[in-house]
Write a protein that binds this ligand. Sequence first.
Ligand code: ATP
Length: 314
Amino acid sequence: MRLYSLLAAAKINLYLEIIGDRPDGFHELVMVMQSVDLADRVTVRSLGPETIRIRCDHPEVPTDGSNLAYRAAALLVEEFPNIMAKYGGVEITIEKHIPVGAGLAGGSANAAAVLVGLDLLWDLGLTQLELQTLGARLGSDVPFSLVGGTAIATGRGEQLDFLYGLDGLWVLLAKYRQLSVSTPWAYQGYRQQFSHTYVSDDVSRQARQARVRSGAMVTALGRQDGHQIGQALQNDLENVVLPAYPQVDRLRQVMAEMGGLGTLMSGSGPTVFTLAATLEEAETLKHQVSERLADTDLELWVARFTPTGVRLMD
Ligand code: ATP
């Protein structure tokens, strides 16, 4: 029986600016994305019956057609209609380590891993560009999740310019177990309150993108300067999520007070992260935050910046 096992890394947003509306209902974004080595393990295995089966050890992750990993496999079957007649079906096993509904793109990482795994299992020979184009049809974060590392993401997040990354930094991630934030809700809320800051014509959008490309975050990454990266952290969605979720707001405040290089909410939240220069610093921060908040519902992880998105295991 053939099988492939892959590691699928989570991402954090070091920078997220919303610059406009799009006719397709999404928002025009300028983001800086970073992979971290908090990763799910995804295994694709040939199956006799011509079907797609999902198994996952996390109770909140659906195992039906709504799972993004299922949708990735279904998209390949749609593109290559005879593939199951030749190779049979597939069982996809997801071992979850990335928290669910956390703003860390766990579902997108799983979909990216399935695209890479099935490309191998079904001998499809897809190029990186073909994988990314298919990924963009599944979700805005999937193209980044495929490659990983450090990138400027524009459009709805699927247009990527990869940057020279920084593998040395560490990050403390924290999330309340019972809390998740709906991504569509966060973007709608932002639109309701801040659409006056949007630009609509292409020239102004390109100017905003250029401002980020030559701005503090990208400059700090270029200089490999952790302190400057920490100071340049920005996420527009904090303006809607933090006022609506006082628990997340307080968590962010406490984490920022404890030190580190800088603190931010990732994506639409509710995960909050603090950057740290060393593993020891990240572990100390973890200890301090959990002592200070003393809440059994609070989950904390220490992870490291990583240059890869999906990685094949031996
Ligand atoms: P994003 O920031 O991309 O909106 P997220 O990181 O906040 O996503 P995910 O963990 O990707 O959140 O999942 C969001 C929702 O999608 C979950 O509540 C879950 O019901 C559903 N879902 C579908 N497929 C998956 C999957 N493979 N892993 C996790 N959640 C999934």
